[in-house]
Design a protein around this ligand. Structure first.
Ligand code: UD1
Length: 380
């Protein structure tokens, strides 16, 4: 059996790592029965956004890099489709496996189906019901087309069924991100926080001690307009940084806009905010373990906070991962980007204890179930 799996952007890397390890395990037991090819579309290309994750998670170098780089959505998707079509025509795989909801996921699932190749989507069925999110478009198209839909939770199965997907295409496998978290927990635990800060320091306060809040922001809906981004920054400076030292590993998109809105120098002058470069997996996991509170718009961090128990404010109006919300037993609460709401929930959250939760099948063995589902797939 020949499988091509695809990654494009940072959140894909922790999802593909356990799947590749599972294939290696299978090949050892079954005499290299699976021919696996890893394709990187090259959407994320900075060492810190890409190579650092490959190294930290033991992902072998991609067999093929499409080198598409930055661009508008149409440019990214279009370039990926053109180059991936050539890969599929040369390699003629039995399966294309895509993960998550980034532009690579959409582009490669569409291309696979146009070339009559079976497609499997890992992390299927998530829905924010917000079609203005580029990731929601990617999720809808990929799930509509894929032959095999592997879901992280039961709510996702309901979403797919509501859309009319037949049960034979759906399998509940659990959350593959948690395989990576569990496999890397002990390495992360052994790391020293001050050294992480020194190693990744970008700007702002260099001295660090005491309790800290951890923050990440990258969604266009939060950072692309000054009317939204600036009040968030003011809240962080005036309120959060009063209570905690704020550690902010900054995404390239957020950095660019912070500079453009002339906010970077204000942030850098604050005595209790430290900007870090984008962190590798272990460093981020270690900081998350000790953070008193997480402020984020990342879906993956919401999930990790649930397992680690870090109280989390999600700066979004909706989530495709409701299972991570406190009302479903998770660690996070949606606060959007309205300062009144953020402020209210922040006060409710800062005194919460760390309380780890483990949704069904978030047990570290999801990759095994994914590969099983592919090998045993029957189309009808
Ligand atoms: C992408 C994903 C998003 C994911 C996020 C995590 C899509 C639609 N979005 O958004 O789901 O949560 O990654 O990081 O696929 N840039 C660099 N270096 C890089 C990569 C990007 O400087 O290695 C710059 C680009 O030039 C661009 C900006 O960062 O200006 C945004 O990158 P892009 O890949 O378009 O989307 P993300 O916002 O990262």
């Amino acid at each position: 059996m020949k499988i091509i799996s695809v990654v494009g952007a940072r959140p894909n890397f922790m999802k593909i790592a356990p799947f590749i390890k599972e294939i290696a395990k299978y090949n050892k037991a079954y005499n290299n029965k699976i021919h696996h090819i890893l394709v990187h579309t090259g959407q994320h290309y900075d060492d810190r956004m890409s190579k650092a994750f490959f190294q930290a998670l033991g992902i072998p170098e991609a067999d093929i890099n499409l080198e598409i780089g930055s661009g508008t959505h149409a440019e990214q998707v279009g370039h990926t489709m053109i180059r991936f079509e050539e890969v599929i025509r040369n390699e003629k795989p039995d399966w294309v496996v895509v993960v998550g909801d980034v532009n690579a996921t959409l582009a490669c699932s569409v291309t696979a189906k146009k070339e009559w190749i079976k497609c499997c989507h890992i992390e299927a069925g998530l829905r924010s019901n917000d079609i203005t999110m580029p990731e929601e478009v990617n999720r809808l198209v990929t799930d509509r087309l894929s032959d095999l839909l592997l879901t992280p939770d039961r709510l996702s199965i309901e979403n797919l069924k509501k859309e009319g997907v037949k049960s034979n295409r759906i399998e509940f496998v659990g959350n593959i991100m948690i395989d990576t978290l569990e496999a890397n927990r002990s390495v992360a635990t052994s790391l020293n926080i001050s050294e992480i800060i020194k190693r990744n320091y970008k700007s702002g306060c260099e001295e660090f001690s005491g309790e800290f809040a951890l923050m990440t922001l990258h969604r266009p809906s939060n950072v692309d307009s000054r009317e939204i981004f600036e009040p968030i920054i003011r809240f962080i400076l005036d309120v959060v940084a009063n209570d905690f030292h704020v550690i902010w590993p900054i995404h390239p998109r957020a950095l660019k806009l912070l500079e453009e809105f002339s906010l970077l120098s204000i942030v850098n002058k604050h005595p209790r905010i430290t900007l870090l470069n984008p962190l590798n997996y272990h460093d981020m996991l270690r900081l998350n373990m000790d953070a008193k509170i997480m402020l984020t718009d990342s879906g993956g961090l919401q999930e990790e906070c649930t397992i680690l128990g870090t109280p989390c404010l999600t700066l979004r109006w909706n989530t495709e991962r409701p299972i991570t919300l406190r009302e479903h037993g998770g660690a996070s609460v949606l606060v959007g980007n309205n300062i009144e709401r953020i402020s209210k929930e922040y006060l409710n959250t800062i005194n919460l204890e760390q309380k780890s939760q483990r949704p069904e099948l978030w047990d570290g063995n999801t990759a095994d179930r994914c590969l099983d589902a592919i090998i045993n797939f029957k189309s009808e």
